[in-house]
Design a protein around this ligand. Structure first.
Ligand SMILES: *Cc1c(COP(=O)(O)O)cnc(C)c1O
Length: 401
């Protein structure tokens, strides 16, 4: 089914990258050409089962038919118009998101980092002018623009970039006392991932988000949930805040929002929304007709096919298959999951596991060095779950010998 990764790629494409593409990514020597559901093919005809489709963007798998059709129709009708005009699609999309969240309003952009920049500006604009500080959390990840990088409490992402944007202070994830200690007269908001993704699939500890909600209310702070990775159905609810049972003032979305098409959004309440007043923020491509139609088709597909429930079921199936490894294998430390957001923490480096799985035709991810991360499609079949888990289990067992 699959040859080793090294032998699969066309040398001509490799040369194009070597000569003309900025080398800021580590890339596998594989050139992907086609995808369908949870399967992708490379330029040598090798087929892979993809448990990390689109880095979490393809929650419906590759090329979901309803999204393909919506975009095909739209692209031939009207590709892009800026936000100086109205389109029906953007308005409808905002309504659909509002009805499935806390009934507020949407600002549209194109990525997660942009959604967080909008949230950072909104926090500063909504609170009195002398308040600008935002508390974020160790192990969090909020994106790569300078504001979002400054909000990301991981020193490895700051190296050589200073001075960072002022006003961010960091508390340990889960530590409410540390948050209280950081608050002063200039604090305006708290920004947190309800489930840390890049940080290793870490769920907020019991009571932590509720505690943040209380602290925010007590001090007049805005509470922002970065749901760029955990939102839009991945947890088995529309939004992670619903799964966790705590409602924020602002949520940020991207990754799977448009079924694999680029798109981002920030949702906030109708009361807070006017603080992002005309002239203070914009995104030229934000909420464009292609993204809007893809976003609508994504929501419709999830509902038509009952996929929120399916995300919970398939997550449980992964748990049944993989959680027993914690007792069986000394180098498997912990299994964590929420819906189809899955982490397996190892006591050894995860990179060899990723490489070996790829050789055997299974695509997975490793984050923070030792956490195997799976963000499978919510419409994965039972058979596809079993097939990939078998490969992963065998690779993890072989590590022991
Ligand atoms: C991926 C991610 C981002 C950044 O999103 P981009 O679309 O790459 O800008 C921000 N926050 C979280 C939680 C993410 O997982």
């Amino acid at each position: 089914m699959s040859a080793t990764a090294e032998s699969t790629m066309s040398p001509a494409t490799a040369d194009l990258y070597k000569d003309y593409v900025v080398p800021n990514y580590g890339r596998y020597p594989v050139c992907l050409v086609r995808g369908e559901g949870s399967w992708v093919w490379d330029d040598r005809g090798n087929k892979y089962l993809d448990y990390f489709p689109g880095w979490g963007c393809n929650l419906l798998g590759h090329c979901p038919p309803a999204v393909v059709e919506a975009v095909q129709q739209q692209v031939a009708t009207l590709i892009h118009v800026p936000n100086s005009w109205h389109t029906e699609a953007q308005g409808l999309w905002a309504k659909m998101l509002s009805e499935r969240s806390f009934g507020g309003k949407a600002f549209f952009c194109n990525s997660g980092t942009e959604a967080n920049e909008a949230a950072i500006k909104l926090v500063r604009l909504h609170t009195p002018e002398d308040r600008y500080k935002i508390i974020t959390f160790t192990g969090g990840f909020h994106g790569r623009t300078l504001g979002a990088t400054s909000a990301t409490a991981q020193p490895k992402y700051h190296q050589g970039l200073g001075p960072l944007v002022p006003g961010f202070s960091y508390a340990p994830f889960g530590d409410l006392d540390a948050v209280r200690e950081l608050i002063d007269d200039e604090t305006a908001g708290i920004m947190v991932e309800p489930i840390q993704g890049e940080g290793g699939v870490r769920l907020a500890p019991e009571g932590f988000l509720q505690g943040l909600r209380e602290i925010a209310d007590e001090h007049g702070l805005l509470l922002v949930f970065d749901e760029v990775q955990a939102g839009c159905g991945r947890t088995g609810d529309w939004f992670a805040y619903q799964t966790m049972g705590v409602t924020p003032d602002v949520i940020t979305l991207a990754k799977s929002l448009c079924g694999g098409v680029a798109g981002g959004a920030m949702l906030t309440t109708a009361e807070i929304a006017p603080s992002l007043r005309p002239g203070m923020h914009a995104a030229t491509f934000g909420g464009n007709p292609l993204a809007a139609r893809a976003g609508i088709a994504t929501i419709e597909t999830i509902e038509r096919e009952g996929l929120l429930e399916r995300a919970k079921q398939i997550g449980k199936r992964f748990e049944q298959r993989l959680a027993p490894l914690v007792d069986e294998l000394p180098h498997v430390k912990e299994f964590r999951h929420c819906g189809v957001m899955i982490g397996i923490e190892l006591l050894v480096e995860g990179a060899p596991v990723v490489a070996e799985c790829m050789k055997r035709g299974l695509l997975i991810n490793c984050t923070q060095g030792t956490v195997i991360r799976l963000l499978p499609a919510m419409n994965l079949s039972d058979a596809e779950c079993d097939e990939g888990c078998e490969i992963l289990i065998e690779v993890l067992r072989n590590l022991a010998s």
